[in-house]
Design a protein around this ligand. Structure first.
Ligand code: UD1
Ligand code: CA
Length: 454
């Protein structure tokens, strides 16, 4: 049976108190709607249709390449009305309805719902709630068959005691759903066309409504305000931390790590507190990451130590390297095997060769360092003339004295030594000492100035 997924995402999200449409608020760095689309895709449906309304243009622009189509619900007249806007463009045998603001549903839960619908025209996903206030309630008969869903605002006192709530997620035969939707009325306390009225319509047709109960409330929780967004963010972060720990990663505190993207770790990786991982980050075996690091779109090869308070962005570390504390690797920084980058060092678009060291207070940009180079404290590559960027090349085993300025474009030869405090403006030959600073002198009889009397 072919499947279409309809995702409702037209609501404004008034309680978010934000100009951003609700489904564009992010969870683990990804818009809420992105999570739902990704989950929908795991079911390999023929089509995914997103019902947009508030901020439709922005939502459609941001998800233009997501492999989904959009249906506009210009006025939000209810969940039933929303599904109606999409269903006439759908041709699959059955339809699964998801919500753009319910981000943590697991594929296996949805698969169970799809399985339950195989023999009935309609299956609903329910949840047993400690506090069901606000939810539609599942009304069952004496034989436990689902009869209807009654919304909070329409429920009588007895119905309000029911703790089985409607998650809103359902799967239905497409043609049957179309006919139930076309007969919906809005004569209820909210004046809306309720998707949930399809349940009673199915029963009225003499058919059974199948149901699956979800045991984990977090899977079906929706985001209505910033507090709920925060709660789901923590839940999502903890789930990711738990997965890493199950894979053998040591986390100093599973509640103090944030992964906004994809983080993969080899064996025996340890990560200290307050680290943030953004985009795609790959960490090899035996790597240790100190506290307070921000690592984005980077690869860190095995047995590397990243010490406290480092910031890495689009960097590649081959392995056995030492970085930080307080180091910044900017895009295009490549550290060959065994390289060392110490405190208060910034590296941009540069290769630090095998075993080379930049240990203290340096800026290295647009540079290529050979093997076993030692860059002294405070060395700066002057890569920018105010208009263009230029390259610095440093040969194997060179030694750059502290507080040197290397004015690019420039080449420092292999085994070359640069005297401390030099401003090097032309190439330094292999194997020689190059020094560029005024000769030291001492002036006999010189007196310090004295303060004038008035
Ligand atoms: C809905 C269900 C309720 C269920 C609850 C679970 C109905 C009538 N009620 O209630 O049984 O317990 O979800 O959270 O379905 N939306 C649109 N267009 C509309 C209306 C809503 O796209 O015209 C979207 C909203 O953006 C939201 C979702 O549908 O993502 C749910 O709408 P909402 O108004 O929050 O429904 P509830 O009253 O919470
Ligand atoms: Ca809701």
């Amino acid at each position: 049976m072919s499947l279409a997924v309809i995702i409702l995402a037209a609501g404004k999200g008034t309680r978010m108190n934000s100009d951003l449409p609700k489904v564009l608020h992010t969870l683990a760095g990804e818009p809420l709607l992105g999570h739902v689309i990704a989950t929908a895709k795991t079911l390999q449906p023929e089509e995914i249709s997103v019902v947009v309304g508030h901020g439709a243009e922005l939502v459609e622009t941001l998800f233009a390449d997501a492999g989904v189509s959009f249906a506009l619900q210009a006025e939000q007249l209810g969940t039933g009305h929303a599904v109606q806007q999409a269903i006439d463009k759908v041709s699959a045998d059955r339809v699964l309805v998801l919500y753009g603001d319910v981000p943590l549903t697991k594929p296996e839960t949805l698969t169970a719902l799809l399985d339950a619908q195989a023999n009935d025209p309609l299956a609903i996903l329910t949840v047993d709630l400690e506090n069901p206030f606000g939810y539609g309630r599942i009304v069952r008969d004496a034989a436990d068959n689902v009869q209807a869903i009654v919304e909070q605002k329409d429920a009588d006192a007895a119905q309000q005691t029911i703790t089985e709530g409607n998650t809103g997620i359902l799967c239905a035969d497409r043609q049957r759903l179309e006919s139930w939707l076309s007969s919906l009325k809005n004569n209820n306390n909210q004046g809306e066309y309720y998707l949930t009225d399809c349940i009673a319509a199915c029963v009225a047709d003499g058919d059974n409504v199948a149901s699956v109960m979800c045991n984990d409330e977090a899977e079906v929780l929706g985001v209505n305000d910033k507090l709920q967004l925060h709660q789901l963010e923590r839940e999502c972060q903890y789930q990711q931390a738990a997965t890493l720990m199950q894979q053998g990663v040591t986390l100093m505190d599973a509640d103090r790590i944030d992964i906004r993207g994809d983080l993969t770790c080899g064996k025996d990786v340890s990560i200290d507190i307050n680290c943030v991982f953004l985009g795609s980050v790959e960490i090899g075996e035996g790597v240790s990451i100190g506290p307070n690091c921000v690592i984005e779109n980077s690869t860190i090869g095995s047995d590397t130590s990243i010490k406290a308070n480092c910031v890495l962005e689009s960097a590649r570390i081959v392995g056995n390297a030492s970085v930080g504390p307080f180091a910044r690797l900017r895009p295009g920084a490549v550290l060959a095997n065994g390289a060392k980058v110490g405190n208060y060092v910034e590296i941009k678009k540069s290769l630090i060769g095998e075993g080379s060291k930049v240990s203290h207070l340096s800026y290295i940009g647009d540079s290529e360092l050979g093997k076993d180079v030692n860059v002294g404290a405070g060395t700066i590559t002057c890569n920018y003339d105010g208009v263009n960027k230029h390259k610095t090349k440093i040969g194997d085993n060179a030694f750059i004295g502290s507080n040197s300025s290397l004015v690019a474009p420039i080449e420092i030869g292999a085994d070359a030594t640069v005297g401390a405090g030099s401003t090097i403006g032309s190439n330094a030959p292999d194997g020689q000492l190059t020094i560029a600073r005024s000769k030291q002198k001492s002036i006999k009889g010189w007196k310090r100035p004295v303060k004038k009397q008035d």
